[in-house]
Design a protein around this ligand. Structure first.
Ligand SMILES: *Cc1c(COP(=O)(O)O)cnc(C)c1O
Length: 475
């Protein structure tokens, strides 16, 4: 399997070659040259595989340049009961009315990003050893992504993480989660500013190409292809679980609803569907930041500016420019990089594009299964209350957005699976507002706020961040 740029300006490369990279050299995103096809007989033969065996079977189609025995060892090492808390890794929990929840948030940081990031940590360590290289990951976080990256990379050989976070702007729980890590290869930097200031520092450092190359600076953001491909696995796993649990057979349709921000999670569902998994609908759920919902309803894609982005109670979806969306539009345009590039040039110039009159846009539902909706703070409270009342279980605010929108698209006889993107405890304030009780704290996190913390405090200074990296690496 080789990978191309969505904008056509990259010679075909392998999985390992794009693993440590961000954007393609022409500014596009890496896409597989074709989608592997999985037939019903093959699905049937995967029925009794463990999660890690299934991950190997799916990923071997994408990571064709990693020897199979190595890939098998990597997935076996990643998807364990010790890390995810159960043999199933991603169990399904039934709610009501044909709705169920796919538990993706039982990993070390209690959010779905662990599913892919944990594999990425092992893949990075493996690949860096293979090419005898080191990598310094520089990132900015307002919470979830940074901690998922740190828990994935801690103790990994050849990798260091420098993570900027806004001082005093995260919850005590989030701070404790990140800053209590004592691993020498994890460096937390609390910047006396806002998340945007942290992001600007990362951008400035990355724009200094000489520094970037000398210090082997990399990222682990949501466009990373390794993350996307790892996420494809749980759609297969969920589909098989649903079929096995109900009186259904392989080939019967199942729908999915996905709380979305950067379009990474639901893109993996689109890929699974393109591979032949019998997914009926892919429901994109947004919060008040409804850029994606607007596109799927109207054909107009209009990213918002930061000042037009609402701060909501499902903060990990407060995103107004969906960085993975280009990969889907590439498929929608018939995988034509010239058409994609001209659309994106127009987007850069005009701030939006409009496909409402394009015959291909009219197929987003019939051909690709996409539907969408959005949710508000009041919807979240109501949904959390209702799920609690009817099932006695708590869902987090993002998953609540998913459940709310999913209910608009339930069809008789077709199971609807909502992807659980975080545990309620991460967003305890809103849960308390909704149901008046605090969500249970998982055992591993009890008392975490009292642990000693390791963090470097810093003013908003590109130079000081660069000095810190240079001192750590000795380069
Ligand atoms: C990252 C995240 C999302 C959004 O996922 P995308 O892949 O960016 O669409 C939703 N919910 C939670 C809790 C997240 O951390």
């Amino acid at each position: 399997m080789k990978y191309l740029s969505s904008r056509g300006g990259m010679a075909p490369v392998t999985f390992s070659e794009i693993l440590l990279e961000g954007l393609a050299p022409d500014g596009g995103l890496a896409v597989p040259e074709s989608y592997p096809q999985i037939g019903l007989a093959q699905l049937e033969s995967w029925k009794d595989l463990s999660y890690s065996q299934l991950a190997f079977e799916v990923l071997k189609h994408f990571a064709t340049d990693i020897p199979e025995s190595d890939l098998k060892a990597l997935t076996a090492k990643t998807y364990t009961k010790a890390v995810y808390g159960s043999e199933e890794i991603t169990p399904i929990r039934e709610l009501f009315d044909g709705l169920s929840v796919l538990e993706l948030s039982n990993g070390p940081t209690l959010a779905f990003k662990d599913m892919a990031m944990q594999l990425l940590g092992n893949l990075f360590e493996y690949q860096l050893a293979r090419v005898n290289q080191e990598l310094n990951i520089l990132g900015a976080t307002s919470g979830d992504t940074g901690s998922a990256a740190e828990y994935a990379m801690r103790g990994k050989k050849g990798v260091r993480v420098f993570m900027l976070s806004p001082a005093g702007k995260m919850s005590a729980f989030q701070r404790a989660q990140m800053y209590s890590l004592q691993d020498p290869n994890i460096v937390n930097i609390a910047v006396e500013g806002l998340f945007d200031d942290c992001q600007d520092i990362v951008k400035s450092v990355s724009e200094d190409l000489e520094f970037k190359q000398r210090q082997k600076i990399g990222t682990v953001n949501s466009i990373n292809w390794g993350r996307i491909s790892a996420q494809v696995v749980y759609y297969f796993n969920a589909y098989i679980q649903v079929i096995k649990k109900s009186a259904k057979k392989m080939g019967d349709p199942v729908s999915f609803a996905v709380p979305s921000g950067n379009f990474g999670n639901v893109l993996a569902g689109h890929i699974a569907r393109m591979m032949g998994l019998p997914i009926r609908k892919l429901v994109v759920a947004t919060n008040e930041n409804n850029v994606l919902d607007e596109f799927f309803r109207t054909g107009v894609y209009r990213p918002r500016k930061s000042a037009e982005t609402y701060i909501t109670s499902s903060p990990s979806m407060d995103i107004s420019k969906a960085s993975n969306f280009e990969r889907f539009v590439y498929d929608l345009l018939g995988r034509d990089p010239v058409a994609l590039k001209s659309l994106w040039d127009g987007l850069a110039k005009d701030g939006y594009f409009d496909l409402s009159q394009d015959a291909r846009f009219k197929e987003v539902e019939a051909k690709y299964g996409f539907q969408s909706g959005s949710s508000s703070h009041a919807d979240r409270l109501k949904t959390i209350q209702e799920v609690y009342k009817r099932t006695g279980t708590l869902i987090d605010t993002h998953t609540a957005d998913g459940v709310k929108v999913a209910r608009q698209f339930i069809e008789p006889g077709v199971p609807m699976v909502v992807l659980e993107t975080a545990l309620a405890v991460k967003f305890a304030e809103t849960i308390e507002e909704a149901v008046g009780i605090s969500p249970p704290v998982p055992e591993a996190f009890i008392g975490i706020e009292a642990l000693p913390q390791k963090v470097v405090n810093m003013p908003i200074s590109v130079e000081q961040v660069k000095n810190l990296i240079s001192n750590a690496t000795g380069l």
